[in-house]
Every structure is written in C-alpha cells, then in structure tokens.
Ligand binder design. Structure first.
Ligand SMILES: CC(C)(COP(=O)(O)OP(=O)(O)OC[C@H]1O[C@@H](n2cnc3c(N)ncnc32)[C@H](O)[C@@H]1OP(=O)(O)O)[C@@H](O)C(=O)NCCC(=O)NCCS
Length: 139
C-alpha cells in the first residue's frame, strides 16, 4: 500500500470506501467534510492505494494541543492484514513531526469492534466522555 495525501480526484472512491466501512451518517455530508478538510491541513488527510485502487483513508489534524484522527478506514477485503496499523503509524509520525504531544480518536457507540484495533495500537480509554455541538448543519 502506498500512502499519500488525498487528491480531489479521490473523492468518489474515498466516499465509497467510507460507505463500505459504515463511517457515513445522514447528518454528515462526506463531500462537505472533504471540502472543509482541503482548507485546513490537507496534507494530514491520507489515503492508501494499491495498484491504483483506493483502499484506505485517515483524516487527521493538529489543533495546537491534541491531534485528532477521523475517517480511519481500510477496505473490508483488505482488513486484518496490517494496513490499518501501517496507516496509523504514518499519521502518528506526521503528527509527531508537528510537535503534537497526544492523539485522540473517537469511537462511535455501537462500533465496539473498532476498540480492539485501537487497543492493539496502544490507545487507551481516557475515562472522558465526548460531547459535541453542531455549528453548521450539512442537511
Ligand atoms: C478499524 C480498521 C481501520 C482496522 O484496519 P485493519 O487493517 O483491519 O487493522 P490491522 O490489520 O492493521 O490490525 C492492527 C491490529 O489491530 C488488531 N485488530 C484489528 N481489528 C480488530 C478487532 N476488531 N478486534 C481486535 N483486534 C483487532 C489486529 O489484530 C492487529 O493486531 P496486531 O498487529 O497486534 O496483530 C478496519 O477494520 C476498518 O476500516 N473498520 C471499519 C471502519 C472503522 O470502524 N474505523 C474506525 C472508526 S473508530
């Protein structure tokens, strides 16, 4: 798998990957999410490809205090072969190079399966609960 920054021409493939991986939600327009990301640290939006096929993604950012990673996905037929670990190693290296001291992730309730992946990569429960407030409606 070759990792590189997302390019606008990857849009359809990346949205299809997120749908396949169950990461899209009706209240969250993935294309708007992509446009916003292209305006802020676009170099931290990574995709993985293999022979021209887009098979992985991770959308990261550093807010000056913490790093965050969203839309972490590996194509279902490629899961379980170490690609997710490889992808996160690259994300973490890029965040570390920026001086980011800690990276956070959010796991949607109902996605208990993902917790095993994050634990294997050294992520631990922070004993904090996440809250959010929508500022711009996508619908
Ligand atoms: C989560 C996801 C990115 C993992 O990618 P992957 O390529 O399958 O993961 P890897 O093969 O690199 O696995 C890395 C490690 O995590 C472990 N792991 C992966 N999935 C696991 C699971 N469901 N339960 C327990 N451990 C798991 C692997 O055993 C491996 O451990 P090891 O390296 O010590 O042997 C992938 O399953 C995915 O895209 N899922 C759907 C989208 C999603 O849930 N994203 C995360 C949102 S929070």
């Amino acid at each position: 798998m070759r990792l590189r920054a997302f390019d606008r021409s990857d849009t359809d493939a990346v949205v299809a990957l997120w749908e396949e991986c169950g990461l899209t939600r009706p209240w969250n327009d993935p294309r708007r999410d992509i446009e916003r990301k292209l305006a802020v640290q676009p170099e931290l939006f990574l995709v993985g490809e293999d022979e021209g096929e887009l098979i992985a993604s991770a959308m990261a950012g550093y807010d000056g205090h913490r790093g965050w990673v969203y839309y972490v996905a590996v194509a279902p037929d490629r899961q379980g072969s170490g690609l997710g670990r490889l992808l996160l190693a690259e994300v973490e290296a890029r965040l570390t190079a920026l001086g980011c001291p800690k990276v956070n992730i959010q796991i949607r309730s109902g996605n208990g399966k993902a917790a095993g992946f994050w634990s294997a990569l050294g992520y631990a429960d922070d004993s904090a609960s996440g809250m959010g407030k929508r500022l711009i409606a996508d619908a």
